[in-house]
Design a protein around this ligand. Structure first.
Ligand SMILES: [Zn+2]
Length: 68
């Protein structure tokens, strides 16, 4: 197995230099990725309602059985 080639920076696609904050080529790119991640996390948490109770929307099989 060959020596693992370092993947390019996922932000700007540049090769990583020694001392780079892997997996990013620079702290700036790391900050860009962190900003994207945080923004995405906020969007996800805002879209998913924590008040939605999955149990209340699930029909009770016993209720269906006694419908006859
Ligand atoms: Zn970069």
């Amino acid at each position: 197995m060959a020596k693992a080639a370092s993947a390019p920076c996922p932000i700007c696609n540049r090769a990583l230099a020694d001392g780079s904050p892997a997996p990013f080529c620079s702290q700036r790119c790391a900050d860009v990725d962190l900003g994207r991640w945080v923004t995405g996390a906020y969007v996800i948490s805002a879209g998913a309602s924590s008040e939605d109770d999955p149990e209340s929307s699930t029909p009770n099989p016993l209720d269906i059985d006694t419908h006859e």
